[in-house]
Design a protein around this ligand. Sequence first.
Ligand SMILES: [Mg+2]
Length: 272
Amino acid sequence: MAEDKSDEKAAVIFTDLDGTLIDHKTYSYDSALKTIRALKQRKIPLIICTSKTRAEIEKFREELEIKDPFISENGGAIFIPHKYFSIRYSFTRKTKRFDIIELGTGIKNLTEVLDNVKTKGFKITSFSDMSAKELSEDSGLKKEDAGLAKKREYDEAFRIDDKGDKKKIKAMIEKAGYRFTEGGRYCHIMGESDKGKAVKILSGLFRKECNTLKTIGLGDGENDIPMLKNVDIPVIIKNSAHPEIKVKFKAIKTEFEGPKGWSKALNKLVLN
Ligand SMILES: [Mg+2]
């Protein structure tokens, strides 16, 4: 982004994937393609901020040729491509392609807590309990994508088989010192990280790098609330698969679901 330093960026967009940029049922993003193209043309950063794994996001970024940083597993880690920013910043470790700021707790600790929940007689099925084939059947993801979804590092996703147990399981997880949140389809356990903390850190880097910018966040689930809270313009995407999330701050609510609602909101906010 170094070449843009003197420019005033119109916005930085933080977006959830499932139920937001991607259709909840079909996992299609076709109706958002035109908007994604327009954002790229305007050099507006599109930061994916999802409960999905790094492996899933990398595939998605390649398909859409998105080159911006991203946030995996509900804020577990921030991945910044080398030389994306010209400012200096600290990070936890680096790979061939990314500087990684790790915020989450390692997956082993999380699955141990879930094992403990199971020994108390609660029926839950986590991603690590399922084969890629089983997860594919359960989620509607293609088998290959389910394999990528299982590569979890900082957040374990699971299904509660008896919905009546949710409150008790949430309390057990919180008592053990971990966090519980819900996405559109699965529940999640994580450490101290959340989407909001990651968004705050990355927004800070963008603000240091660019003159002025506004941040926009789009999401449909409970796990998006910390992200929505930490942007200038929060947008709640309608998803009739679950009750609308309740927030205590002012937010834009879309009339349409998934990628259609996503596109219409961004066309209005930054492209028109
Ligand atoms: Mg979602």
